[in-house]
Design a protein around this ligand. Structure first.
Ligand SMILES: Nc1ncnc2c1ncn2[C@@H]1O[C@H](COP(=O)(O)OP(=O)(O)OP(=O)(O)O)[C@@H](O)[C@H]1O
Ligand SMILES: [Mg+2]
Length: 743
């Protein structure tokens, strides 16, 4: 079979070794993921039924990519292979069997916001002072316990005389009780409950052991204890478990990833075959050597060194700038020059940073340069208010036991149901051991709510109608009914502001998504839709087809590759982070940061640029930073350091220019990010006409003076083609370009 000839001997060996435990331990870009996909293909060619294969990846995006690669390799039958993340795998299992643990199979999945609401209730109920015990801290402690499969009871036992821990254990127990009452699971529960299910119900475990005879796990170094248990249980019978990973890329320890899972694999599976891959196919040798040198500074690691025959390539570039504005300007300028020289496309570039907050300046510069970009992990569509409201309606229709959802919408739009009524309903629910929504259904029997009951009635009537309708109606029809019957849409239309206009646009967008789901899902259902929504990880926003520069944190970049990579903010205190430097165990923390640096460097195929700023604003204060120790760990022979120290005057002049532009940029950015302002601006532009025409001389703040060649009317804005005297011909959106006519 010819496609296997493209594998090197070690990769081939890994593909052909299908029986028994197998550990592929190899550095970045050595083809681990590629081996997994070929292995799936090979198993099927050998007669393994597709449904006997389970391949677990770290993100939904990676799952999709792997499915696509497998589709290409095996074609027919690939549909029945389970290629999914740990979380999706568990959801599928729990949807079928969670009733064995006393939950309803229509459970909801809570996101961070939902968790926070539950925690608020818990703290209120237990009279916890949230100034002392912050909700986030409590949720963090619970999440950590779940990663380690520690139950509330266990936590209480472990706490012993430590009253602080005892208190947290109490919160944990109540939090779980609330989730159960709402028939809901949080993300960590998905894994923990599946393990619980397998441990409590041997028949269910046996069913899945028979089903998944061949199990593969990508990015194995980032599995936590719970995930490791899950995989071990599933593989216990047939032992055909293949895991691939790189201990140098373990970067989720803060989320409970247990690097020991990979280092101890051979202890847990003594008969495991271990294959190492040493050739890197992704990067030039300059980039690879830089990565090797940096990671070599870590102590607790299995030593390995990658090589490549991709050629030396250009040296890794390092540039230090006076401030973060110049840094961003340089990076964007560099991207522009690649595009202008037609050396690369937008999507070949990735800007990687340590923290999300660093994206802002790059966004401004990119907008300013008219470059399409996408932030992975930025404000998520599903985090917007109107979207959350409507999803809460759908959740209530789907599963009335979700109290958070019910409470969110009970007065949206306003129904005049007062706080007293709501707390009476809550008390009634507790006293009668029923859910909040169930109590609402019995509103008339609740003592002391008087007229409140009549206000509740239309709400429950609507939900009940929708529930009945759910049997035969499409999700889009349910959503349409909600929008109409509740008056949600009417209210926004009547409001008539730019903001409400933008919300309506978002609702339209949600409707398109729902319709798309109705038409294209295999077995469309309301629960199915809500599940899909709940599982969309941020990284999934990265659409390969569309051509844009990608901005994301180093963490999100794992497993991906780009020809041009910019690692920005390479400063001590930023990367490695301040927290890691001042930690109680700095050695360990900095090693984790260094692994993150290794991940970042090894994303680059062709060119890697590292940048730093001497000073930057952090929370409104100017901070002076030293160059990151990681940069200093790269020997000069692989590094080109052309840091200039421009003369003070030149610097000042530049700063002044930047300040002038800042205002314009901020405006442009606001208009692009915040839809309301954008629509207002476009409307203004289109309504009032442009004050220049074809043939006029105009001035652009960046490109200077030029002549207007053409003006076309787009859907939302005018597009203006201008021949600039120095910058050449450019096509610009009128509302962003802010061209000024020269008289
Ligand atoms: N034998 C090979 N011949 C040619 N190209 C290869 C070979 N093996 C892998 N590649 C290519 O090298 C790149 C890196 O492969 P892959 O993504 O599978 O590596 P990886 O080990 O999973 O990396 P990471 O650790 O970053 O996840 C991909 O573009 C892949 O197609
Ligand atoms: Mg990989």
């Amino acid at each position: 079979m010819s496609s296997y000839d493209l594998l090197n001997p070690e990769q081939k060996e890994a593909v052909l070794h299908t029986e028994g435990p197998l550990l592929i331990l190899a550095g970045a870009g050595s083809g681990k993921t590629r081996v997994l996909t070929h292995r799936v293909a090979y198993l099927i060619e050998q007669g393994t039924a597709p449904w006997n294969i389970l391949a677990i990846t770290f993100t939904n995006k990676a799952a999709g990519e792997m499915r696509e690669r497998v589709d290409k390799l095996v074609g027919l039958g690939s549909d029945s292979i389970w290629v999914s993340t740990f979380h999706s795998t568990c959801v599928r299992i729990l949807r079928r069997y969670i009733d064995r643990l006393g939950f309803d199979t229509s459970f909801s999945i809570y996101d961070t916001d939902d968790q926070k609401s539950v925690m608020k209730e818990v703290c209120k109920k237990l009279q916890i002072d949230t100034k002392v015990y912050r909700e986030r801290m409590l949720l963090g402690a619970i999440s950590h316990a779940k990663d380690e499969l520690i139950s509330p009871e266990q936590m209480r036992l472990d706490a012993g005389a430590d009253w602080n821990q005892q208190k947290i254990a109490g919160v944990y127990a109540e939090y779980q009780a609330q989730l159960r009452k709402n028939n809901a699971l949080d993300f960590d529960d998905l894994i923990m409950k599946t393990v619980e299910l397998f441990r409590n119900c041997p028949d269910v475990l046996d069913y899945y052991q028979e089903r998944f005879r061949y199990i593969m796990v990508d990015e194995y170094q980032d599995t936590n204890t719970a995930q490791f248990q899950l995989v071990s249980l599933l593989a216990a019978k047939y032992r055909n478990l293949c895991v691939v990973g790189d201990d140098d890329q373990s970067i989720y320890r803060f989320r409970g990833a247990n690097i020991m899972n990979i280092l101890n694999f051979e202890q847990v599976f003594p008969d495991a075959k271990v294959i190492k891959l040493e050739q890197n196919y992704r990067s030039t040798s300059n980039i690879l050597n830089a990565a090797n040198e940096v990671i070599h500074h870590n102590q607790g690691r299995k030593d390995k060194r990658l090589w490549t025959d991709n050629g030396t390539g250009v040296p890794v570039r390092f540039r230090q700038f006076q401030n973060a504005f110049e840094e961003a300007e340089h990076v964007v300028g560099n991207i522009v020059s690649h595009i202008q020289k037609e050396e690369a496309e937008y999507k070949d570039h990735a800007i990687l940073y340590r923290t999300n907050a660093q994206s802002r300046l790059f966004e401004e510069k990119l907008i300013y340069a008219n470059i399409p970009y996408k932030i992975i992990g930025g404000v998520n569509f599903y985090a917007r208010k109107e979207i959350k409201d409507l999803l809460a309606y759908l959740k209530t229709v789907d599963n009335g036991r979700d109290e958070v959802a019910v409470r969110r919408i009970i007065n949206v739009p306003k129904r005049g149901i007062g706080a007293t009524t709501l707390s009476r309903v809550g008390e009634f629910a507790v006293a009668n051991d029923m859910g909040f929504y169930e109590a609402l259904l019995n509103a008339e029997e609740i003592p002391g709510i008087g007229r409140g009951a009549s206000k509740v009635l239309p709400f429950t009537a609507l939900i009940q109608t929708l529930r009945a309708k759910q049997e035969y109606a499409k999700v889009s029809e349910l959503l349409e009914t909600i929008l109409e019957e509740t008056g949600y849409r009417r209210e926004l239309i009547l409001e008539g502001t730019d903001e409400s206009e933008a919300r309506l646009e978002n609702i339209d967008e949600l409707m398109s998504k729902v319709k798309d789901y109705d038409e294209n899902a295999e077995n469309p259902s309301l629960s199915g839709f809500l599940e899909e929504v709940a599982l969309v990880a941020d990284i999934d926003n990265l659409e390969e087809e569309s051509n844009h520069v990608v901005l994301m944190t180093l963490h999100s970049a794992k497993g991906l590759e780009f020809p041009y990579v910019y690692m920005v903010g390479m400063e001590d205190g930023l990367f490695p982070s301040y927290m890691s430097i001042v930690a109680d165990n700095p050695q360990e923390e900095i090693e984790e940061e260094r692994r993150l640096c290794y991940v970042g460097i090894t994303r680059a195929k062709k060119e890697l640029t590292l940048t730093a700023a001497r000073q930057r604003m952090v929370r409104g204060e100017i901070q002076y930073n030293m160059v990151s120790r990681f940069v200093k760990e790269i020997p000069d022979e692989y590094l080109e350091n052309k840091t200039e120290n421009p003369g003070q005057r030149a610097k000042e002049a530049k700063e002044q220019r930047i300040n002038q532009r800042k205002q314009a940029m901020l405006e442009a950015r606001r208009s692009l990010r915040a839809k309301p302002i954008q629509s207002k601006m476009v409307a203004a532009t289109k309504a009032s006409h442009l004050d220049y025409g074809v043939g006029d001389r105009v001035k652009h703040i960046r490109f200077g003076e030029g002549t207007v060649l053409e003006i076309t009317e787009g859907a939302k804005d005018y597009e203006v083609r201008v021949n600039f005297d120095t910058a050449g011909v450019k096509k610009l959106f009128a509302s962003f370009a802010k061209l000024q006519k020269i008289y």
